[in-house]
Design a protein. Structure first.
Length: 235
């Protein structure tokens, strides 16, 4: 029997109607798959219900997150080698981009299993598009260090990297630590550096602004507990 395929399925990045942001073609693909490897089974079931997926109770779900043991990953790969086709779904945005999935995809490539990315929302790229910064040279850092001194060092390194390479620096933070991060950015970046705050992207309270650090110091928005993508540019 020929091996199955792996489909990387984006999920909404806001609380709005998923049908507004998920292309219709994805629904037809979901209906054809045998197995779903998901970060959270409960929220994926809810998403599929909103999208109008039929016979959800019959769908096979398995958990694939940052804590999934290697043995489980191998078991999933074996299922696909035996002919099942699977979809990978993370909590928000695109699997494998600041979300679980990349390790599994790497294992699939080693077994010569086809991996098919599907179109959908990515907060990282939407934030870059809206920032006005260099979209040809950029670097995504993921989460910055929690330790205050390490975070300060990282912020200054990013600013230097942007200055040397004309490279947009993109990063993120756990929503409940937004206030602390913004304060660290304003304390450690030069006044002339430009900072873009992109919060609740595609949501009802979407907020995307690019200003210099000097301008941000005059009025700091309250982004507490709101999912936010940060980007900075020296130019």
């Amino acid at each position: 029997m020929a091996p199955g395929k792996i489909y990387l399925i984006p999920s909404p990045i806001s609380g709005n109607n998923p049908q507004d942001f998920i292309p219709p073609v994805i629904l037809s693909i979901i209906q054809q798959l045998d197995l779903f490897l998901v970060e959270n089974v409960r929220t994926t079931r809810r998403l599929f219900s909103i999208l109008g997926v039929k016979d959800i109770k019959k769908i096979r779900f398995e958990t694939l997150d940052k804590d999934t043991p290697v043995e489980e990953v191998k078991r999933f790969i074996t299922l696909i080698e035996e002919g099942l086709s699977a979809g990978i779904v993370s909590e928000a945005g695109c699997p494998g981009i600041a979300d679980p999935g990349s390790g599994f995809v790497q294992a699939a490539h080693c077994k010569n299993i086809s991996v098919i990315p599907l179109p959908g929302p990515s907060s990282i790229f939407l934030a870059l598009m809206a920032s006005g910064f260099n979209g040809q040279q950029f670097f995504f850092h993921g989460y910055l260090p929690i330790d205050r001194h390490e975070r300060k060092k990282k912020i200054r390194e990013m600013e230097f990297q942007s200055k040397q390479l004309d490279q947009t620096q993109i990063f993120m933070e756990t929503p409940y630590r937004n206030r602390q991060l913004i304060q660290s950015l304003l304390e450690n970046l030069q006044d002339s550096t430009k900072l873009c705050l992109a919060s609740d992207i595609t949501g009802r309270d979407e907020y995307i602004k690019t200003r210099t650090v000097k301008e941000w110091k005059k009025q700091i928005p309250d982004l507490h507990k709101k999912p936010t993508i940060y980007s900075l540019s020296f130019y």
